[in-house]
Design a protein around this ligand. Sequence first.
Ligand code: CTP
Ligand code: MG
Length: 227
Amino acid sequence: MNIALILASGTGSRMGQKTCPKQFMEINGLPLFLYSVQTFENNALIDQIVIVTNKEEVERVKKICKEQKINKLINVVSGGETRKESVYNGLRSLKVEKDDIIVIHDSARPLVSDEIITKNIEECLKFGAVVTAIPAVDTTVFGENDIIESMPDRSKVYVEQTPQTFKYDIILRAHEQTLGDLEITDDCKLVHHMGIPIHFVPGSHRNFKVTYKEDIDILKTFLAEEK
Ligand code: CTP
Ligand code: MG
């Protein structure tokens, strides 16, 4: 079974909007989180959807999904203080087998494509752990105190996106082994920490993460191109 775990429980602090976390901002008449949820609903390989959201929004998310006929939705659970806690809450709520595939996605990436989801699942079936990524476009450097320490070879630098997809027992074990470790925030890092190889699935620039206010304009431009 292939389960989408969709994260919609942040506060969107970098968006600078106190009243409405970014996942609930209305974009062309729909809340932002619903865009990726609809893409997962329409993907032929996804069997079930679980959404993790802010405690006070659980009922609203259920209602919206019912109205929008998200028929694969099986549960909406409360998130935690951090993204890592939100993922863990979602994982613990699942009643699945150890080989079931969990596709973890940030709802802040509304334009994930059907192809990216399908490829995540196909590759996870082969390898057990995959991450969506794109080659870095900017040169990245390591540094501290305003001084460059080293410059990695750009041809080897990738930028992670979501989905990040794992067999259930791998991602659950990764979380349980690092409970309370606040340094490791990313699912991929947790699994990497266990020494398990993680394979790349190609992402896209459209699958960007809505983070700052200006990103809303970029999102609307992409959406206008689809019409
Ligand atoms: N997320 C979550 N639970 C948290 C924090 C984040 O489910 N405690 C989710 C967000 O809703 C988002 C995704 O994880 O879809 C990626 O996080 P990010 O883009 O950092 O969102 P926020 O944490 O909400 O934004 P910011 O960091 O600007 O506060
Ligand atoms: Mg955040």
